[in-house]
Design a protein around this ligand. Structure first.
Ligand code: ATP
Ligand code: MG
Length: 179
């Protein structure tokens, strides 16, 4: 899967709608301290279904919504749109994929995939099957390299499974066992 475009509105410090084109290959984000580099990576994780406020550096889920500054009021919602192309099918065709996640104060968050309402679980499976997702080793944030070196064997195994694209199988097995 290739991420092609990211749109943010009201997400953390990205208060005004912002749009980024992401070219194939390795992308690095550089800029002065506090300009929003980590927030950008968190936006990608969030739209992919990240549900732990801790890994989003916030106390609660609504902390991703622009909180306001001395001269700017807070926003009522945050929205992130991720446009991607799926890995080529057998006939070589890549399909377009658009995932939208939106959270409103007091109303929780909702997802849409290619214009249709879906559950968080559906979004997680799309990215797990594409060997990417909120915990993908393809998203390298500050401190991540040190974390890989210090990881316990079980944690390293999880990273390898995510890279291999079999993480979705565990989700499905857990699901089947509960039924
Ligand atoms: P560094 O180089 O220090 O790692 P960075 O470029 O990664 O910096 P971020 O951590 O992405 O910077 O951005 C931090 C900024 O985002 C801070 O100014 C913080 O106040 C702002 N911020 C985070 N959450 C919100 C929010 N909910 N509303 C408004 N601003 C926010
Ligand atoms: Mg940072």
């Amino acid at each position: 899967m290739r991420i092609r475009r990211l749109k943010l509105s009201g997400f953390k410090s990205f208060v005004e709608p912002a749009e980024l084109r992401i070219e194939p290959g390795l992308t690095g984000v550089v800029g002065p301290n506090g300009c929003g580099k980590s927030n950008l990576l968190e936006a990608i994780r969030w739209v992919m279904g990240e549900s732990s406020p801790k890994s989003m550096r916030g106390g609660g889920m609504e902390d991703v919504i622009f909180a306001g500054t001395a001269n700017r009021p807070q926003r009522a919602f945050a929205e992130v749109v991720l446009q991607a192309e799926t890995a080529p099918r057998d006939d070589g065709v890549r399909e377009e994929l658009e995932v939208v996640r939106r959270i409103e104060r007091g109303a929780g968050s909702a997802y849409r995939v290619n214009g249709r309402d879906v559950r968080a679980k559906d979004v997680a499976l799309i990215f797990a099957d594409a060997a990417t997702g909120a915990h993908s080793p393809a998203l390298v944030s500050q401190g991540r390299i040190a974390a890989v070196i210090a990881a316990k064997p079980a944690e390293r195994r999880q990273m390898l499974e995510e890279a291999a694209g079999i993480a979705g199988l565990h989700v499905r097995r857990k699901d089947a066992e509960q039924k």
